[in-house]
Structure formats: structure tokens, C-alpha cells
Design a protein. Structure first.
Length: 320
């Protein structure tokens, strides 16, 4: 199906945990995934590629951090992160299911809930869907424009609007994840020392974080899983070992760089993990704590159906 006429599947009503593929999921924050939201303060950075992060009150209570995601065109997901797959996925919807930043974050947060290890990252409570009025109000708050900005019912959707909505996103609401609000305090050395152990544990739970630069940490805990892969994930099993090893090296190197930054700027008492430094200095092949080894089927209510999906329906069939 040509991408010019491709439409993403509508979200189910009433809401269900997302994404709708085998593997971990994140449930809605409220039964209907809607809420009264008061946007209090912008918490992100202007250069954030995937989302807007705000301090909010929800239904008059809070405070929370709300991460509202931009839309991503399926072609960019297929040609970007999905471009290294040795076998193409069955259709564009599947690329969105596994590579869209919102879905990536839902899967990682869902795995931490399954394993009761939400201590490894800033806690996620569930997702919300913004109303057209909420998404327009937020866009106005950011841009300062008073005119009505393009939203779900606009006449032409070509990505050149605040939420980057294309025609394939028509009718779909902006998705957001409600997270614990973590104060922006100076990191103490004890918090810093746990980051490497936490990352190794995340790997053991089948989560490849991908993006571990310092800006994705608060209080020594990860706040961003929008570029993560969580088993089962096709990239874990359909990317060449050398490519996957290179991606793992990049992830570890970003964390090592952050350790050196903290040591130089915060405290000389911060100890650089020797094994992390060794892996980043030519010994990455010895790193054995690989996320793809995680036994993900143990969480599936129908393990046979989940296995059949990833083995028989997930990938494009070879031409006869």
C-alpha cells in the first residue's frame, strides 16, 4: 500500500493498553484516557525531537510531568531505525507499532511494571489522549500564535504543523504519557554511581535504551525511552550482530561520557566504572548482558499466538 494513501489504524474505544502488538504495554491513566489538564510549566528543551514535556495538574490534582508526543511519519520510521532490519516488516503499521517513540516508551515502561522494577527509571503512570482543544491550546502556549493551528480536522495535513500530523494521522489524537514529576536538583555522587548498574539491569530485562546521554537522566534515573527497543522487538533479532554491537557500543559510550562530565563538573569522588570503560575501549564484544536474550513470552497470556505472530505475520513474505 502506497504511503500517500496509508492511514494508521484508529485507536480502540474504550482505550486499551498500547501498543497493540505482543509484548509489554502501558495502560491508560484514566478509564477513558481523557482528563482535564492544566499546563503549568514547560519542562523540556526546544531541541527535543520527539515530544513536549510539561509540568501539569490532572483533574485538579498533581503535580505530574506530561510527555506529549509529536507524530512520526511511517516512512521515516521504516527508513530510519527500521532501515537496518535484514527482513522488511509486513506493513507500515508494524513499523509504527515498534519504532514510533510513543510506542517505544510504552513498551519499556510496561516491561518495568511487569518486572516490578519501576525504580530503574522515572515512573510512568499511564497514557492520556489530548482533546483537539487541549492540543491546540498547548500549541498556542508554545508558539504564541493566536490563530487556530492545524489539528486532527484540518483541511490539509502534510506534517508542517505543530504536532507534525500527516494525512496518515488524520483523526488520531495526540498521545501523552503521565510521569512522576522529578525535581531538577543537583545530582549527588551516590545517585550517579548507580546509573551503570541500572543500565545493565535494564538490559537484563530486555530493554535496549539506545539514548543514554546526560539530558535523558534526572536524579540519576532515566526519563526517556522514546528510542528504546524492548523484547520482543524485531530489531533485536533482525539486525546484523555487528550493527547491533555498534549500537550497544554507542549506548554505553554515551553513558561513559556522562560519567566523565559529572566527574569533571560535579565531584571528583565519582568513580568511573572500570568495566564500562573497558567495554567502550575495544572490548564491547565481551559484553554478555544482551537484551535480546530476555524470555519475553513468559508474560504472554497466549504464548503460542504471540510466538506465531512474530514468526509468521510480522515480516514481509518473500516473493515466490
Amino acid at each position: 500500500m502506497a504511503s500517500s494513501v496509508f492511514r494508521l489504524a484508529p485507536l480502540p474505544s474504550p482505550p486499551v493498553p498500547l501498543p497493540r502488538v505482543p509484548g509489554p504495554k502501558l495502560a491508560p491513566f484514566t478509564p477513558n484516557a481523557r482528563a482535564d489538564i492544566e499546563f503549568v510549566e514547560f519542562l523540556g528543551q526546544e531541541k527535543d525531537a520527539d515530544s513536549q514535556v510539561w509540568k501539569v495538574k490532572i483533574n485538579g490534582a498533581g503535580l505530574f510531568a506530561l510527555k506529549a508526543f509529536y507524530f512520526c511519519h511511517s516512512d521515516s520510521l521504516r527508513d530510519g531505525q527500521g532501515g537496518d532490519l535484514t527482513r522488511p516488516l509486513a506493513n507500515l503499521q508494524v513499523y509504527v507499532d515498534y519504532f514510533d517513540p510513543f510506542n517505544c516508551e510504552c513498551r519499556a515502561d510496561g516491561r518495568l511494571k511487569e518486572e516490578k522494577r519501576e525504580d530503574l527509571a522515572v515512573k510512568a503512570y499511564g497514557y492520556l489522549l489530548l482533546t483537539p482543544q487541549q492540543e491546540t491550546d498547548l500549541a498556542r502556549k508554545v508558539t504564541g500564535e493566536s490563530s487556530l493551528l492545524p489539528h486532527a480536522n484540518a483541511g490539509k495535513l502534510n506534517g508542517y504543523n505543530f504536532w507534525r500530523r500527516h494525512e496518515q494521522h488524520r483523526g488520531l489524537p495526540v498521545r501523552a504519557i503521565v510521569k512522576e514529576l522529578v525535581p531538577r536538583k543537583t545530582l549527588n555522587p551516590n545517585q550517579a554511581q548507580g546509573m551503570w548498574a541500572d543500565l545493565q539491569t535494564l538490559h537484563s530485562l530486555g530493554i535496549f535504551v539506545g539514548d543514554t546521554h546526560g539530558g535523558n537522566y534526572l536524579g540519576g534515573k532515566l526519563v526517556d525511552f522514546s528510542r528504546s527497543w524492548t523484547m520482543y522487538h524485531p530489531a533485536m533479532v533482525q539486525i546484523h550482530d555487528s550493527t547491533l554491537q555498534g549500537l550497544m557500543l554507542d549506548e554505553l559510550q554515551h553513558l561513559l561520557d556522562y560519567y566523565y562530565f559529572l566527574r569533571n563538573s560535579l565531584s571528583r569522588t565519582i568513580v568511573i566504572p572500570q568495566d564500562l570503560e573497558a567495554f567502550c575501549s575495544g572490548h564491547i564484544a565481551k559484553y554478555k548482558n544482551l537484551p535480546r536474550a530476555y524470555k519475553w513470552l513468559k508474560w504472554e497470556k497466549n504464548a503460542d499466538a504471540a510466538k506465531a505472530y512474530v514468526e509468521e505475520r510480522l515480516f514481509e513474505r518473500a516473493a515466490l
